[in-house]
Design a protein around this ligand. Structure first.
Ligand SMILES: Nc1ncnc2c1ncn2[C@@H]1O[C@H](COP(=O)(O)OP(=O)(O)OP(=O)(O)O)[C@@H](O)[C@H]1O
Length: 214
């Protein structure tokens, strides 16, 4: 059912200009509970810019974003409490071990640090608990950041290239996690240059086209 009452996040008439290039213009988007959206497009077409605008981290040239009918700038803390944004830089502390990073994330999410062992298994970092994050591979480093997908209570996930540097098995696991979240009524908006292997009926794709100059 796609009624306006089930719309949680809406973007109206969005446009974004960077370096005198229109990245997108008059974009209307509607996200409802259970939605998975893939934002696709070639390098530089504005995928990250769009995600940052949706997350309230960058102002669009025109248009607005509403969360449950209220402009996100007027939602006070509610929108940010309900949002998990994972950007390009994973937000992992290089000087801490894997375990310390996970404990830090658990504390940030107000959760019991006893779950660390389970979390290490979920992100396939078992055996690396005492390794400094600075000494991990790119994919292992990213897995620490992605562990937040197993911790968060946020309803809306905005994930910028979550699969980068992740191996096939890891991607499968992440896709399952994304599906599970959406099946529980969450919303996932993600960018990826890879094809998703989720059932095509289960997600929608928005493809941004090449930029053009003003
Ligand atoms: N902070 C910024 N200041 C000026 N221009 C920017 C800024 N961030 C991005 N741009 C420009 O906006 C355009 C789109 O960038 P964006 O990162 O949104 O693209 P993308 O589709 O996510 O690309 P990729 O697939 O390479 O990650 C690029 O041409 C980029 O140079």
């Amino acid at each position: 059912m796609n009624t306006s009452s089930s719309l949680v996040l809406t973007a109206d008439n969005l446009s974004c200009i960077r370096e005198e290039r229109i990245l997108f213009d008059e974009l209307d988007l509607q996200f409802k509970n259970g939605d998975i959206w893939q934002i696709a497009g070639a390098n530089g077409t504005g995928k990250t810019s769009l995600l940052r605008i949706l997350a309230g981290l960058h102002e669009p040239e025109n248009g607005n974003i509403k969360y449950k009918g209220t402009l996100i700038g007027q939602c006070n803390e509610e929108y940010h409490q309900d949002l998990l944004y994972l950007g390009h830089s994973p937000g992992v502390k290089a000087e801490l071990t894997v375990l310390e990073n996970l404990q830090f994330n658990l504390q940030l999410c107000g959760q019991n640090t006893d779950q660390c062992v389970q979390l290490l298994e979920q992100v396939d970092l078992y055996g690396f608990s005492d390794t400094l994050a600075a000494h991990l591979s790119a994919g292992q480093h990213r897995r620490i950041a992605l562990a937040r997908l197993w911790l968060t209570d946020a309803r809306i996930w905005i994930l910028d290239e979550p699969f980068t540097a992740i191996d096939k098995q890891g991607v499968k696991r992440l896709e399952q996690r994304v599906l599970e979240h959406a099946d529980q009524g969450g919303i996932v908006i993600l960018t990826t240059h890879q094809d998703l292997s989720l059932p095509t009926s289960r997600y929608q794709t928005l493809t941004l086209e090449r930029v053009f100059a003003l």
